[in-house]
Design a protein around this ligand. Structure first.
Ligand SMILES: [Zn+2]
Length: 253
């Protein structure tokens, strides 16, 4: 079965470097990725980037607490729906959105996929309901009315091993990554925020903001094992790494 994988950049955000690498000074501008997987049994998006309202008035959308630490470079045409349209994929035709977690830079575009089921770890949904509009969560971004498919732990989306959710708890209580097997490019691990930067994995450097350090380090070790076995690790927000990644309509895998 042929599985196609495409990468999109849905804007950039400038944040304190310490968010990415504990103890560092200054700021870093990072890409906001989204991925399309076309499987014979369905179209899947992994993460949906920012809400398009941020293009108009970011402060009004994210609120003062987030606006203080986030400067957005996000323009019309860069939201996930437009990225799909640019490669002639209808947003209405996306069957499943898989969110790595429910921070606002990963699920803000969910509303643009009206017919998709939202596939997410149950514990992430439970956590997001508790914290509401704090700690990087915006209830209005993810609670957008589509059917929620809440899973627990590893989950094989199509039952053939091609697209598999991997629990990578640590960044948030219910974070997940996605393993995608393609003929063209082999196996990819779409990290989400389980691993921000190449340097994070090379030097086992944790970010400054994290729910569970020990769990996050255990995830780093699992990612290293997968990398050693030949998987391509798709770091979550690495600006240098990202310049090497072909963007849709060029296939990544
Ligand atoms: Zn993120």
């Amino acid at each position: 079965m042929s599985v196609q994988l495409y990468a999109f950049t849905c804007g950039f955000v400038t944040i304190p470097r310490a968010f990415m690498l504990d103890g560092e000074d200054g700021v870093i501008t990072v890409p906001i990725p989204s991925y399309l997987i076309i499987h014979p049994k369905g179209r899947v998006l992994f993460d949906t980037g920012l809400h398009d309202a941020i293009q108009e008035d970011s402060l009004a959308h994210v609120g003062e607490n987030l606006a203080r630490y986030h400067a957005f470079q996000f323009h019309p045409g860069e939201e996930v729906g437009a990225r799909l349209a640019a490669i002639e994929v209808a947003a209405e035709g996306v069957d499943i959105v898989i969110n790595s977690h429910l921070h606002f830079d990963h699920c803000g575009g969910n509303a643009q996929l009206p017919n998709a089921d939202i596939l997410i770890q149950r514990r992430e949904v439970e956590h997001a309901r508790v914290v509401k509009n704090t700690h990087g969560y915006l209830l209005g971004d993810w609670d957008t009315g589509q059917r929620l498919r809440q899973v627990e732990g590893e989950h094989d989306v199509f039952g053939d091993g091609a697209v598999v959710c991997l629990p990578t708890y640590g960044h948030t209580p219910g974070h997940q990554s996605l393993r995608v097997r393609t003929e063209l490019g082999g196996e990819f691990v779409l990290c989400g925020d389980a691993c921000y930067l190449r340097e994070s994995l090379e030097k086992l450097r944790l970010p400054g903001i994290i729910a569970d350090k020990e769990a996050a380090l255990a995830v780093f070790r699992r990612l290293r094992e997968m990398q050693a076995r030949g998987s391509t690790i798709m770091f979550g927000h690495d600006p240098d790494f990202w310049t090497t990644i072909p963007q849709a309509p060029v296939r990544l895998g």
